[in-house]
Design a binder for this molecule. Structure first.
Ligand code: F6P
Length: 362
């Protein structure tokens, strides 16, 4: 029986449990065995009880749970070759030669590196007499399949990452709450949102809550943004609006690549006579139950990931499972990561039009 490992890695995201459930059940449905790797790459390096066979009923109730029930961690050992060799050994001892990983681009790139090194890691294990040649012989290739789990929606080649719609819903709920108190006092609020270097959460929250102004990394604040923002805010007030909501992404910058901070924005709004408060939403945005969309996305992608494992040949590049125009599709993992890095590079080079074009091309 083929044995397939599943793990979650990097920052948690609502919907990750749905992907674990789908991988486990689809694997069993296809007459394979499923193994959960606990605490991300840490579990792979530690081995033993951290790699546990999962039966159909072990993932019962996973679909509606937030976070990741099998844990996630940042693992320094896996960054070193010695750590990856130990991870390979642990996998072989458990008979696992396929891994489905739900995580961000860093976690997925690490996984593909592991795949590329796999044959040489096995050679080393034999040379160092940690495993016998006959033990490694059946495990010639490692299959890696990526699922993108991140609230940031920052990976190219997919319209949505697992978790982004739950986070967006959480942000909207929070801003709705801020709205009522803002309106009561006729106040202004600067709301800081997560997203790392990606403005998707902020842009969508701006549209979904009808905020007055937003700041995102891909469209940096241009010189004179302070006056521009005030003109718009004053216009809205003149039309009878009793509140002002400005949403600023944590990665927001100006065209000189300086950070635009909530405090700066607050000072400008206060200077114009508005009673202003800052609300940092923080990890509330990442917590709680997954929205229906993320339950659906993680399930469909988990199913596709197992299909990809079963259809893989040694020549197939590691795929990442994506959602493009409402279709579940496979894309080459490394190409998706490379395109994502191009966005960051375009911003660094101050080629903001290119950054926006690349984001659009997603
Ligand atoms: O990538 C998800 C994310 O929540 C980002 O939006 C944020 O910048 C970061 O992780 C926070 O990381 P940590 O939980 O390690 O503080």
């Amino acid at each position: 029986k083929r044995r397939i490992g599943v793990m979650t890695s990097g920052g948690d995201a609502p919907g990750m449990n749905g992907s674990v459930r789908a991988v486990v059940r689809m694997a069993i449905h296809n007459n394979c065995e499923a193994y959960a790797i606990y605490e991300g790459y840490d579990g792979l390096v530690k081995g033993g009880d951290m790699i546990k066979e999962m039966k159909w009923e072990d993932v019962r109730g996973f679909l509606s749970e937030g976070g990741t029930l099998i844990g996630t961690a940042r693992c320094k050992e896996f960054m070193e070759r010695d750590g990856r060799r130990t991870a390979a050994k642990n996998m072989i001892l458990k008979g696992i030669d396929a891994l489905v990983i739900c995580g961000g681009d860093g976690s997925l790139t690490g996984a593909d590196k592991f795949r590329a090194e796999w044959p040489s890691l096995l050679e080393e294990l034999v040379e160092k007499k940690e495993l016998k040649p006959e033990q490694v012989a059946p495990f010639k290739h490692l299959n890696i399949v990526g699922l993108v789990g991140s609230i940031d929606n920052d990976l190219s080649m997919t319209d949505a990452t697992i978790g982004c719609y739950s986070s967006l819903a959480r942000i909207c709920e929070a801003i709705d709450s801020v709205d009522t108190t803002a309106t009561s006092h006729q106040r202004a609020f600067v709301v800081e949102t997560m997203g790392r270097h990606c403005g998707w959460l902020t842009l969508m929250a701006g549209v979904a809550t009808g905020s007055d102004f937003i700041f995102i990394p891909e469209k940096p604040a241009e010189p004179g943004w302070q006056e521009n923002m005030l003109t718009i805010v004053k216009k809205h007030r003149a039309m009878g609006k009793r509140k002002t909501i400005v949403i600023v992404a944590e990665g927001a910058i100006d065209t000189e690549l300086n950070k635009v901070t909530p405090q700066q924005i607050k000072d400008i709004l206060s200077g114009a006579g508005l009673d202003t408060r800052i609300t940092t939403l923080g990890h509330v945005q990442r917590g709680g139950q997954p929205a229906a969309y993320d339950r659906m996305l993680s399930t469909l992608q988990g199913v596709e990931a197992v299909k990809a494992v079963l259809e893989a040949t040694p020549e197939t590049p590691s795929p990442v499972i994506c959602m493009i125009e409402n279709k579940i599709v496979r894309r080459p993992l490394l190409e998706a990561v490379a395109q994502t890095k191009e966005v960051a590079k375009a911003i660094e080079d101050k080629d903001f039009d290119k950054a926006m074009r690349l984001r659009d091309a997603e």
